[in-house]
Design a binder for this molecule. Structure first.
Ligand SMILES: NC(=O)c1ccc[n+]([C@@H]2O[C@H](COP(=O)([O-])OP(=O)(O)OC[C@H]3O[C@@H](n4cnc5c(N)ncnc54)[C@H](OP(=O)(O)O)[C@@H]3O)[C@@H](O)[C@H]2O)c1
Length: 402
């Protein structure tokens, strides 16, 4: 039977790789809807001409009108609501939108009782309490696309789901990014091109900068807690932040691990490619027939592991701090980070300022609680305003601690 797929963020790194995975198994998957912001119109139109979806959604209204002119045979939907509507269009929606803008796609897919193949970690991190409620919609399921969480999802398959989880720890691996091994002082003068030169992964600019600061790993710690932290028997394995460990593994071959109470550790390994976790989420609970990232064991020389340097990369400790605080703290951290990364990519702040801005914004957080989507949007708005105010004041010199 064919699985229908909608792709939100089809023009990005995750979106284009999703199309390549689907093209490898054309009898199995059918793309019925595509969507993006509208900044890369020619690419979006070319994708639609190639895969012939029923629906194309464009978040920017003016760009949507142009797409409608260029694709008269397709139903074009405009605005953020148009993009979110992709969630109900297919059996699976891949959310490959970058940043907080992906929250509506995440919620719409889950609330429609569909499978969400989630790359857009920011929506789960910022919208945690609201997304968790949406996950309980009958039929809804969330299969992570992030390679680490896809790995943990696979490692957890070895447990007996009818009994206690017996999980001791989740171990997230981190490549260490382009600045692994550099000291705090040494990092004071790194530039945009240095930070964009990731050693093992080719990704969009925002996540690449997040990887250089280890904020990406910090966000993934919160993501792991949201995905797997619920009590055993309630879609989780009942783990707290103390049971989520980060280890630096520069080869990016071990994508993450689960250790059990009897001392066993189960790991998932492949060469670094996002096509494997994308395909895993598309095919779940089955597997693809196409091997992406298969390892040639005669070529694999070594696997190294080391502790992360929290002094040089304070964003990791900040994420644990926000995760443990819970509620809307992750939303504040995520918004501050998005603002700071955008400013860094614009050349307005230094790389080291990203962590300092996030720390200062977390300090300004209020204690509002999130019961609705609007609460999350308001927290995001306030945190962004705080980040812009911190940057305007140039008070970005405080160094966060674990
Ligand atoms: N890339 C990876 O290997 C990787 C790995 C793990 C997780 N992820 C996660 O996957 C997500 C996507 O990352 P990426 O690297 O694929 O990003 P990317 O290459 O920058 O692509 C982002 C996509 O989102 C769309 N988009 C951007 N802003 C939008 C908005 N305001 N409204 C609607 N659509 C918008 C873009 O459309 P336009 O082209 O029209 O602007 C594009 O299709 C992120 O959450 C990231 O953390 C990525």
């Amino acid at each position: 039977m064919t699985t229908t797929v909608s792709l939100a963020g089809s023009t990005g790194s995750i979106g284009t790789q999703s199309l390549e995975v689907i093209a490898a198994e054309p009898d199995r998957f059918e793309v019925v809807a595509l969507g993006a912001s509208g900044r890369n119109l020619d690419q979006l139109v070319a994708q639609a001409e190639a895969v012939r979806p029923r629906v194309v959604a464009v978040a920017d209204e003016a760009a949507a009108a142009e797409v409608a002119d260029r694709l008269p045979q397709v139903e074009v939907r405009a605005g953020t609501a148009g993009l979110a509507s992709l969630g109900a269009e297919a059996d699976v929606c891949v959310n490959g939108v970058v940043g907080f803008a992906g929250l509506e796609v995440t919620l719409a897919t889950l609330l429609a009782g569909k499978r969400l193949a989630l790359a857009n970690k920011e929506s789960l991190i910022a919208g945690g309490p609201v997304v968790q409620r949406a996950r309980r919609t009958p039929g809804a399921e969330l299969v992570p696309v992030d390679s680490e969480h896809g790995a943990i999802h696979q490692c957890l398959r070895s447990r007996d789901e009818s009994g206690p989880a017996r999980v001791h720890r989740l171990v997230l691996t981190a490549s260490g990014g382009p600045f692994r091994g550099r000291s705090k002082d040494d990092l004071a003068s790194v530039g945009i091109d240095d930070a964009l030169a990731h050693p093992t992964w080719s990704m969009g600019p925002k996540i690449t900068i997040d990887s250089s600061t280890l904020m990406n790993k910090g966000l993934e710690v919160i993501e792991a807690h949201e995905l797997f932290g619920a009590p055993a028997g309630d879609a989780g394995v009942g783990i707290g932040y103390d049971q989520i460990e980060v280890v630096v593994h520069p080869q990016s071959i071990v994508h993450s691990m689960v250790s059990y109470t009897d001392g066993s550790t189960i790991a998932q390994l492949s060469n670094p490619t996002m096509k494997l976790p994308i395909g895993y989420a598309l095919a779940w609970p089955d597997r693809l027939g196409t091997a992406f990232g298969a390892i040639d064991w005669t070529e694999l020389a070594r696997l190294d592991f080391e502790a992360p340097d929290l002094d040089a990369f304070p964003c990791l400790a900040l994420a644990y701090q926000a995760g443990r605080a819970g509620g809307l703290a992750p939303a504040w951290l995520n918004a501050a980070n998005e603002e700071a990364v955008a400013a860094f990519l614009d050349g307005a702040i230094r790389w080291v300022d990203i962590a300092a801005i996030c720390a200062a914004v977390l300090d300004r957080r209020d204690d509002a609680v999130a019961t609705t989507f609007d609460d999350v949007v308001e927290a995001d708005r306030r945190a962004r305003a705080a980040a812009r105010s911190v940057m305007a004041d140039q008070h970005v010199t405080r160094t966060p601690t674990a």
